[in-house]
Design a binder for this molecule. Sequence first.
Ligand SMILES: Cc1ncc(COP(=O)(O)O)c(C=O)c1O
Length: 493
Amino acid sequence: MSWKTLPASENSDKTLNSLRTIIDSFTVQPNERKKPIRLHLGDPSVGGVLKPCPIAVEALHEAIDSHSSDVYESSVGTLSSREAVVAKFSNSDAPFTADDVVMTSGCSHALQMTIEALSGKGDNILVPHPGFPLYATLCRPHGIEDRAYKIDMSTGDRIDLPHLETLIDESTKALIINNPGNPTGGVFEKEHLQEILEIANRHRLVVIADEIYGDLVFNGAEFHSLTSLSPKVPIIKCDGISKRWMVPGWRLGWLIVYDCHGVLSEVKKGIVALSQKIVGPCALVQKALPKILKETSDEYFSQTREIIQNNSRIIGESLRKINGLTPMTPRGAMYMMIAVDKSAYGSDVTFCQKIVEEESVFCLPGQAFFAPAKLLIWPGKFLAKFRKYGDNSHRWMWVDEAPERDLPTRCSFRFVGFVRRRPKQEPRFVAFKRAESVFEQTCVGKCASSLANKSNECFFLPFLAIILPGKAINQRLPNGGSPPFFGHKHLVP
Ligand SMILES: Cc1ncc(COP(=O)(O)O)c(C=O)c1O
């Protein structure tokens, strides 16, 4: 008898991540002449600009050297790590103890256990659209419906609450609130959060608060944890060190059960049972956690906020100049959504494929987040690209190290950006737009003067990027017609 290919189990078969499905369906190859620029990974550590928190690195070294964490620990997590979570996050509005905390392998695992402990086949959970696709991935294999409520995409920071309320029925087991939001970059105002809590209270709904981005907010936004608003509803808050401490690979998260009415005791037992499947997350990182949560400086967090805010502003300003692309201004998390005019570029998927094919630039189509006609890019990486490919000592820099002989053709259909930042000053962005064969002279002038001071720090804007040597390029442009970008003229107003 011969061996036959075995079918995957029904459970694994039903486990689909829409992000992966859409990315895998890309049939195009990157342009081999251009180095890839990856703006599609929500991993703050990629690129090396947003560095892992140094205290975290030190604490992990100490944990390894101590050899006290080489053992199996409790499946709900070590007492010291749970107490560290209490010390950092418990507040008088919604106090909790170490018994209410379960340590997990990343925030994803916290979400998984929460969803599985609260609901089962035939139930539904309310999830945001656009939203993080993992919620659907976690629900569907168990026959739990991920029922979508709408985020208002004119701002990204309000839920359509009347619509949300129409979705609730007797099988609705929980409402997931992701704040700050992935991918919208929206941050909910305090009053809006209170309205959400009122609805949850009226319908006796447990709230799952995905607050993994926490106070990673900027552009004037303020973060309010749902638990800081004297909630009258039970809340299970999912969090971790992946994003604010920049160590997603360490896979440490936690969930906190705020059981204000004492209605979650059975669910808590369920969570404990589920935690036994993998006997808790990595003991070493748990050992390091008390130091990480206690000693990370405020400066570390404010630097991160500053970098992401600056990059989002620079990118927003530049993309706004391109016909058919409308970037949203994020106020939190690390993403930017950009509306794509279908009549100019086709669908968001087409846009993403083309930009990979032509420019080796990777973005994510909004469809992966249930938001068609939007793109997602991650501003954090823009600095990374500069450091990697830029050359501070050179007057003009090439993000993708293009050979000079390519210049005339390449510049004729590329949007170009340049940013220079003086210490303690706002970065300046200078954009060149090609209108037939003429670059905007004022922009060229500004760029030239900002380039003069070589000691300053420079940042590139590598979305469709190379840096052009202004007037010199101008003279070398081909005379007639402009090679269109993506076969469209819309980038060349
Ligand atoms: C909204 C949201 N929740 C949860 C997670 C998962 O976090 P972790 O890496 O800690 O599992 C992510 C990761 O991108 C996210 O964007």
